[in-house]
Write a protein that binds this ligand. Sequence first.
Ligand code: URA
Length: 209
Amino acid sequence: MGKFVVMEHPLIKHKLSILRDKNTGVKEFRELAEEIAMLICYEATRDLPLTKTKIETPVTGGEFETLENPKIALVPILRAGIGMTGAMLALMPTAKVGHVGIYRDPETLEPVEYYCKLPSEIAEMEVFVIDPMLATGGTAAATVSFLKKRGCNNVKFLCLIAAPEGVARLQKEHPDTDIFAGALDLYLNDHGYIVPGLGDAGDRLFGTK
Ligand code: URA
């Protein structure tokens, strides 16, 4: 079973509490989402394998640790995942970015990919799927499935807030995918919102309603 890691860092807890506040405006919400994403990204990349590389410093030569696989792909799920991408790019500026858009067919209830543009070599990359809210887990699980069909076998999932239902579904469908969450909340309400949550992450990030 992959890891499920909930952040315990006081800075993340503090920033998340302000993010949840319904009186936090769009500018501050965006900034906080990026700051929290960067801190979660720091944790989510902790296990990336390292290798020894020969490097000449101005003083001497030596073998130093570098990423074994520096090919990294960020895959924000449209649209709210975009609100976490810039911060992760700040930490990993050479990462490639793929975008995935998925909706649920109202008749079949099956996830349908309406947009997908991925880096060409994604199968060889360390892939980080990004979505602020892991709610039912349907979209997250479908995105990981799409990525696996394209040959990816190294996929991690990052979110700001997870619901137990979403964690259970993603773990059940993709037990090999590590999940990193800023917080684990209580449950999903009848409208599919995470409780206590922060409302609609996309609306709050982009100022829509
Ligand atoms: N998506 C959101 O934006 N918020 C939730 O609470 C659940 C899903």
